[in-house]
Design a protein around this ligand. Structure first.
Ligand code: SAM
Length: 275
């Protein structure tokens, strides 16, 4: 174990008062952050990509794991300064990249099979997830803290009120599991809502064949008017909705939330063939 100072002291020393615009809600209990690292599974010999290390509460147990190296992308220069002590305590294992994770090129930062582990800033959590979901060949797993409501939408099953584009895209080429929840009071400062950790691993094969872009468009359109029948809600696609549904073998009076991911893939293939 390193002899780094307590995280509260790091926050004081470097003046890391939380900035709302950067979604800064820090985890200061190292037992909790160690639990998140255990939830990431076997990290031996792998690269880890951490987004938003902040004062380093999750970075520390990541560096104590069997991972080869940790690449941490942080937007806040104050945190980058604070993390230099962590870097020094684990020579050659931590690379700190100052910048916006949305702009980062994962293929340049970490080797294939890398584990993405992060307590994500709420404001960019979903766009970051979509970015990584598109890279199942490069990203080996994701262990991510989201707002509980977002976590519930990621793992939602067809037929449930939370089932939507997030669930379809998170479970088509990936398998998602919600692991545990954390109350708002676990964070400093506490956010308004509870959080939850979701673990995602790429499937050996997608649930069904489809073009990612076509699937994303069909699903977005279908859920845009989720209470309407598909023959109505799919009209905005610019293709004949009834012909699409017919080609996919789907009853046009059904609603988006009743379709399985495989059925959405059939619709995406029909859309791709027609456009
Ligand atoms: N990992 C730390 C922890 O668990 O205590 C901090 C987590 S805090 C919820 C989110 C962190 O992401 C903050 O440190 C914030 O500065 C950083 N951040 C916000 N937006 C970012 C972005 N677009 N790219 C990289 N880091 C970002």
């Amino acid at each position: 174990m390193s002899d780094l100072p307590p995280l509260r002291e790091v926050i004081r020393t470097y003046g890391l008062d939380a900035r709302k615009g950067l979604g800064q809600h820090f985890l200061l209990d190292l037992n909790l952050t160690a639990k998140i690292v255990r939830a990431a599974g076997d990290l031996s010999g792998r690269d880890v990509l951490e987004v938003g290390p902040g004062p380093g509460g999750l970075t520390r147990p990541l560096l104590e794991s069997d991972a080869d190296r940790v690449v941490a992308v942080e937007r806040d220069a104050r945190c980058v300064a604070a993390l230099q002590d962590v870097k020094a305590a684990f020579p050659g294992r931590l690379e700190i990249v100052e910048g916006d994770a949305l702009e980062a090129d994962e293929t340049a930062l970490v080797r294939p099979g890398a584990a993405v582990v992060a307590n994500l800033p709420y404001n960019v959590g979903t766009p970051l997830l979509f970015k990584w979901l598109a890279q199942p060949e490069h990203v080996g797993s994701m262990t991510l803290m989201f707002q509980k409501e977002v976590a519930d939408r990621i793992v939602a099953a067809p037929g449930s009120g939370q089932y939507g584009r997030l669930a379809v895209m998170s479970n088509w080429r990936w398998q998602s599991t919600k692991l545990f929840e954390l109350p708002a009071r676990a964070f400093t400062p506490p956010p308004k809502v509870a959080s939850a950790v979701v673990h995602l691993v790429p499937r050996p094969e997608p649930l069904a064949p489809a073009d990612g872009d076509a699937l994303s468009r069909v699903v977005a359109q279908a859920f845009n008017q989720r209470r309407k029948m598909l023959r109505q809600s799919l009209k905005g696609l610019g293709a004949d909705a009834s012909a699409l549904l017919d080609a996919a073998g789907i009853d046009p009076t059904r609603r988006a939330e009743t379709l399985s991911i495989k059925e959405f893939c059939a619709l995406a293939r029909a859309f791709q063939a027609l456009r």
